[in-house]
Design a protein around this ligand. Sequence first.
Ligand SMILES: [Zn+2]
Length: 420
Amino acid sequence: MSQYLTLGKFSFGLGDRFGQQGRAQLQACVQAMALGAEVIPVWNKSNREHTFIGTEPSSLRAEADAAVKALGWNKSYHVDADHIRLETVDRFIAPSDFFTIDVADSIGQPAATADVNSFVDRHPELTGTVTIPHLAQSFSLTRVEVERVANQFLFAVQDAGKIYRHIAQAKGVANFVTEISLDETDRPQTPPELLIILAALADEAIPLQTIAPKFTGRFNKGVDYVGDVQQFEKEFNDDLAVIAFAIRQYGLPPTLKLSVHSGSDKFSLYEPMRRALANFGAGVHLKTAGTTWLEELIGLAEAGGDGLELTKEIYADASGHVDEFCAPYASVIDIDKKKLPPASIVNGWSSTQFTDALRHDPANPAFNPSFRQLLHVSFKVAAKKGDRYLNALKKHEAIIARNVTENLFERHLKPLLLGK
Ligand SMILES: [Zn+2]
């Protein structure tokens, strides 16, 4: 596992659906740096997003390079092929230097019996009582239980190995960061499961930099965490303990850390995360995406005139297609249809009424999470407007950039890295 590319201790995933906010996003990292918090920007875009918007992965590389040049950023930065698989990775290989290998769909598919047996034979340390420093409880597994967990995850890990080697062969091991994502599955992984997954990933000789497990609770798009914050904090600490242990036990890269997907707007989690990371001296990767597109809408609405008109048009179209737009995101949004204002009302709103409803400020009584989530999943409406939308972004660039930077810096990086 030598010579692989490593990721900085704290890194921040910047998704930008329309590719216009790279500089404004990077500016948030510049501001964090000025306060002493070094955070490495990673521009991420999934195959699904590229397909919806009609962009190519090379456009993300061009955006990142241009932003870095414009702001004179002299730390490292990366371009993440987010949620790729063997079928989708090829067009990402040249422009990307960070690959999020998504194996969630392979979880639960049984591995070959001989492979499961040799995994369990190779890892006698997993059978019996396993004591991990700082884990809330030690656990004890029988050989049959280790086999059962291996059956659940070994095939997915082998799948990850295949995709990793495909990229490594094409690109060279030294030229990219590897993340494995397990988040788009139906239940959180337990500490013994995470340990077994990491043991298997080490066997595949994947120089893993980040792993995205599934956490407890709901990580809805663009709104705060819904779930038991204390339980999340316990699981997050447990995951950190397991990772620290697995790094030593299995020789995984010392830079291995957690990645939190759908990480934007999870205001109630940043303080517990910050506490846990400080306890372990650990870093983290936090991915955001759609929160920036919503700041584009906020900026357009704030601009008034044709900008506000355009946001109203987008909402009117979205509110006519609620079921259609929400269907692909059913597990990551919670919209109360009764709370969606009719388009005829919104059409009469002022700039302030529109931005108060949309901006993620839980202290503002006019903030409407259903309105925000519907717009979050309605970026296809803006994509359909083509140049008209892009030209509006250019025309109102200054006001939008201010909102994009402020959102990422004040509401995300500051509470996560520096505390309020
Ligand atoms: Zn994800």
